[in-house]
Every structure is written in C-alpha cells, then in structure tokens.
Design a protein around this ligand. Structure first.
Ligand code: NAD
Length: 567
C-alpha cells in the first residue's frame, strides 16, 4: 500500500523537492519553472538560468524536430518529449496538428509499433498477459491512479495493427498514440487516460525469434482462454473504475465484432474500427448527399450506394450508412435495398453460385432476376449509383471508365476511395476530378494533397476517425455513460456532419478543417450526451442532463483540459 502511494507521488503529483520535480512528466516544466518555483522546489541551479514560456519552448521543439530526417525519428522525438514534459508535448501537438497527427498516429505509428520493443526506453501503460489469468484484479489494482481518475482506456490485443498484422505486445504503441489523440482532440486530461495491451502471445515468427521482443515469447492463446481472460479484464476494470469508457482498438475482425456484441450493453465501451469508422463515413456521406442532391435538384434521400469491397470495414460502414436512409423515414428493409455490395467476384447476389461468407449475406441482392455482374463498369451501369464507396484494399479499382460512368449518371458523383494507405486508394483525388470534369465529391481514407482544378482550390477530404472518437469518448466520460449505444454513435455522426461552417461548405468540403477538431468534438460530444440522457444512461447525478441543449457544446468545451503551466 505504502509502495503504491509512493508510486502515485512519483508519477502523478508534483515532486516536492529536488530532481523529482523534474522527473514527473506531468508537472515538469523544464525551463518553464519560475525562479520562485525553483526556490520552493529546491531545484535552483539544476536548470539553465533563462526562463521560457510554453510558446518559447515550442520554438525549440520546432527547431529540434526540423533536424530529424524521417517521420519515425520525429515520432521518437515527440514521444520522448511526452515522457519528459507532457504539457509542452500537447501544446506543440495542438498548435501543429496538421503536421503532428501523421507523426503521432497513422501512418507513422505503424512503424513505431513494429519497432516498439527495439525502441523501448521506459515502461508505460498497463500490460495484462494470459499468465495473469485468475489475478487480473490485482494487476488492475497496480495502476497508480485513484478510482475516480481514469476516464478513457484504449485496449488492444495487438492482433491486427493498422493492417500490419499480428504485432503482439508491440500493439501497446497504438493505445498510446490513440490516447494522445483523445487528449489533443477532445481535451481529455492526459492523467485520465489508460493505455492497455492484452498480451496473449503472438503468431509472428519474427517476434518469437527476436531476443529484443518484450512481449510473451509464445504463440497466441486459444479462443476459449482468450474469452475467459477478456471477461476477467472487463470485470476487473469496471469494478475498479466504474465510469471508465473502454475503447477497443485494432482487434482482429472476428474478435472485434464478437466482443462488441458481447460487451456493448454490459459495460461502457465501443469499438472505433467498427463504430468510429462507420460514423465518420456516414457524416461525410450526409454532407456529400446534400451537395449532390442540391446540384441535381433531387431529394436528398434519393441516393443509391455501391460498396466496392465487402470485408468487415465495408459491411460495418454500409450498416452505419443505413442510418442516413432511416433518418429520412425509410424502414430497415427499404434502406437496405438502396445499398449494393461487391467483392472480388462481382456484385453480391444470393444466386451467384458461390457460398457467401456470413457477413456478406445481409446485403446480398435477390432482385437481380438471375443476372450476375463481375465487372465494376457493368455493375455501375446496372446499379446507377449516386455514390461509390471503396473499401476493397485494391489500388486503382475505380478505373477511368468507372469514374467516367459515375460522371455520366450524376451531376455531382460521390466518390469515396477509402482503402488505406494512400498507395491502396481505389483512385487518386486528381483522377476523380479529371474524369468527372471537377464534379466529383471526394473523400478518401488517407490524406491526399489539395488540387488546383478549374481555377480554384479543391480540398481533399479525409474520412479520419479523429473527427469522431474523441467526442464520443468525452461524452461518455463527462456523463459517466452506462453504455455507448448505436444511437449515441449515430447522433455523433450527424453532429459531425452539421459542424461545417458556411465557408467550409462553400469550399465543397464534407468534413471540417482538422484544426477545428476541439470545437467539432464539443458538438459531437454534446449530441452524444443528449442521447445518453434521453436513453437514461447518464450516471452523473443529473449534471450533464441539467444543461440546456443549446449550451451543451460550450459546457463540453469548458470541461476540456488545455495544456498550460497555470494549472
Ligand atoms: P478485407 O480484406 O477484410 O476486405 C476487402 C474486401 O474487398 C473483400 O470483401 C474482398 O473480396 C474485396 N475486394 C478485393 N478486391 C476487390 C475488387 N477488385 N473489387 C471489389 N471488391 C474487392 O479488408 P477490411 O478490413 O474490410 O478493410 C478494407 C479497407 O478499408 C482497408 O484498406 C482499410 O485500410 C480500409 N479502412 C478505411 C477506414 C477509413 O477510411 N477510416 C477505416 C477502416 C478500414
């Protein structure tokens, strides 16, 4: 007990004397300590004489970062800064979001995870292994934060990190990266974040043979062992931290769907890969549909969506897109009929002649009158979609012919090539503009550069989950939500769609500028909190429920943590 209290002091409160004050990540200000503080803490002489503001220190970080040549070097430099002076790290992140997001998170975090054991400097986060089975509660009890402190956990088993496969314990890097986005995007207090990796072993030979790999050097546990351990983890976490929002991240597809179903109505949790992605694409689609319907003078709900790809991402996104039609008064059956799915064998129909995987059955057509279509251009001719959404993982699937056909059938065709990374995108931004004479409404899964077309700048939108998950998590944390239901997530998607400014709309964007992420998170969180209260899921003694609806976004923003040396 005494040991735990000491740990708490060491890591999470101001060290009262000497070098401890400089070692604590959160309270350390480096050259930002005033003369008075230096005297009080007994660190006079342990720092250079000149005192800096956060802004001045930010200039130094800028300078240091510019000397690093590769993204991974910059990633390492930034995370080293985080372990030294957390407030400065977030100050820099927030003031340089466009540049730092790809360094702190995708795509650079992928390489960082692959090399995580090699880059290891000091322990972070919570590791729960299969060997902890039966005593997980003791492991959770070791986390040196009081019961009311952690608000958001990101939990991964490292089994499917960003399409890089099974990275085992190294997957912890993804939880650290994602939580830093929660802080940047929604102002979650960094001390309230809890990164967790569940180490069940790894099936990646390279790690099993690598003496520097820091995870358990064994193959992955069986499904039954897996399930038992995860049940124990969820129970232990919830028991110690009843209001903790647990976000599942990068689990292999089969487990991701299974655990979402298993825990969604038992604990406050959600899965960003499934629900966050679905919601962010729904939001972009809502705005694209507005633009395309306006241009064609059509009813906004008059849409036909062709999903190209039928993996877990495509089916998850398609199910979320059904809410667009449901919102316009259509029944589930009617909504389903406006979405067509394809896979590598062509249009998915019930009478295609091959045995369809279970997850493909829901959208399989039976109105094709025996016709089968393999070629995407033929499918476009048959479906006449207003939107094509690519989640096929195959670059170039949206050929010139496909895009030209979309332009033929639509005044403003909606073209969303969402496969990641950029090299897998179904088409480029330039191709979409070129083959539609600039009429395409475009959003991709990965970043593309803006394009000058027809005398104006066209902005390449990105369906980045960063627009949505911080707001959902913050809503859950502030209202102490009992569960995060599908209705809560969908409300967040509509709020994101509605968060565009008139200028952003005039620029034909379907997502807001990333620099406004905190304001947007405030809108998303407010919408989620409203539904959490309507559904009777808030456990905050009526606090969030008593705030008038129109004041909620501001109320949420007032609760955001900001990097400052004043507190
Ligand atoms: P997956 O491998 O499970 O599914 C791919 C699907 O595409 C399969 O159904 C396959 O049959 C189909 N396919 C392959 N070639 C095709 C072709 N030529 N035409 C039509 N269909 C074809 O992959 P997944 O996990 O579902 O992910 C798909 C993609 O979605 C990945 O590139 C991933 O990066 C991306 N993704 C993007 C976001 C985002 O934008 N926010 C989020 C999640 C996933």
């Amino acid at each position: 007990m005494e040991h735990k209290r000491m740990l708490q002091r060491e890591h999470f409160t101001v060290g009262t004397s000497g070098p401890a004050a400089l070692r604590d990540w959160y309270t350390n200000k480096d050259t930002g300590f005033s003369q008075e503080e230096r005297d009080k803490l007994g660190i006079r002489g342990l720092l250079p004489p000149r005192i800096n503001t956060l802004e001045e220190q930010g200039l130094r970080i800028r300078h240091q970062l510019d000397t690093k040549l590769t993204p991974i070097q910059k990633h390492i430099a930034l995370f080293n800064l985080r372990q030294r002076n957390e407030r400065l790290f977030y100050y820099f992140l927030l003031n340089n979001l466009r540049e730092t997001l790809p360094l702190v998170y995708t795509p650079t975090v992928g390489e960082a995870c692959q090399k995580f054991s090699h880059m290891f400097r000091r322990p972070e986060g919570l590791t729960i292994t299969i060997e902890d089975k039966g005593r997980v509660a003791d492991v959770v009890a070791n986390w040196p934060q009081p019961t009311d402190m952690p608000r958001i956990a990101v939990i991964t088993d490292g089994s499917r990190i960003l399409g890089l496969g099974d990275l085992g314990w190294n997957g912890l890097g993804i939880a650290l990266g994602k939580l830093s986005l929660y802080v940047a995007g929604a102002g979650i207090d960094p001390r309230s974040t809890l990164p967790i990796v569940v180490d069940l072993g790894t099936n990646t030979e390279e790690y099993l043979n690598d003496p520097l790999y820091l995870g358990l050097p064994r193959r992955r546990a069986s499904h039954e062992e897996y399930l038992e351990l995860l049940d124990e983890i969820m129970e232990a976490l919830h028991k110690r931290y009843p209001s903790l929002i647990i976000q599942f991240e990068d689990w292999s597809s089969d487990h991701a769907f299974e655990f979402l179903e298993r825990y969604q109505l038992k604990y406050p949790m959600f899965n960003d890969d499934i629900q966050g992605t679905g919601a962010v694409i729904l939001a972009g689609f809502i705005n694209a549909a507005r633009i395309s319907a306006n241009a064609a003078n059509r009813d906004v709900a008059d849409q036909r969506i062709l999903m190209v790809g039928a993996g877990s991402a495509a089916i998850g996104v398609a199910k979320q897109l059904m809410w667009f039609f449901r919102h316009h008064g259509l029944s589930e059956e009617e909504a389903k009929k406006l979405i067509w799915t394809t896979d590598s064998r062509g249009l998915i129909t019930n009478d295609r002649g091959d045995k369809l995987a279970h997850h493909k059955l829901y959208f399989a057509r039976d109105d094709n009158e025996g016709q089968q279509f393999k070629n995407l251009e033929d499918i476009v001719d048959y479906v006449k979609p207003t939107a094509i959404v690519g989640l096929s993982t195959v670059a170039g699937t949206f050929t010139e012919g496909v895009i030209r056909k979309m332009a033929e059938y639509n005044t403003r065709p909606i073209i969303f090539p969402l496969s990641n990374p950029t090299s897998n995108s179904e088409c480029t931004f330039e191709e979409a503009l070129k083959y539609t004479d600039g009429r395409a409404i475009f959003a991709a899964g990965s970043p593309f550069a803006n394009v000058e077309f027809g005398g104006r700048t066209r902005f390449a939108d990105q369906g980045n989950n960063f627009y949505i998950f911080p707001g959902i998590g913050l809503a859950g944390a502030l209202s102490k939500a009992k569960h995060i239901t599908d209705e809560v997530i969908t409300a967040g998607a509509f709020a994101l769609a509605n968060s565009l400014t008139p200028v952003e709309r005039s620029e034909l964007r379907v997502y807001p500028k990333i620099e406004r992420v905190r304001e947007v998170s405030g809108e998303v969180a407010a919408a989620c909190i409203r539904v959490i209260n309507e559904q009777g899921l808030a456990r905050d003694d009526g606090h969030s429920g008593s705030v008038p609806h129109e004041q909620l976004p501001q109320w949420v923003c007032d609760h955001m943590w900001v990097p400052s040396y004043d507190h």
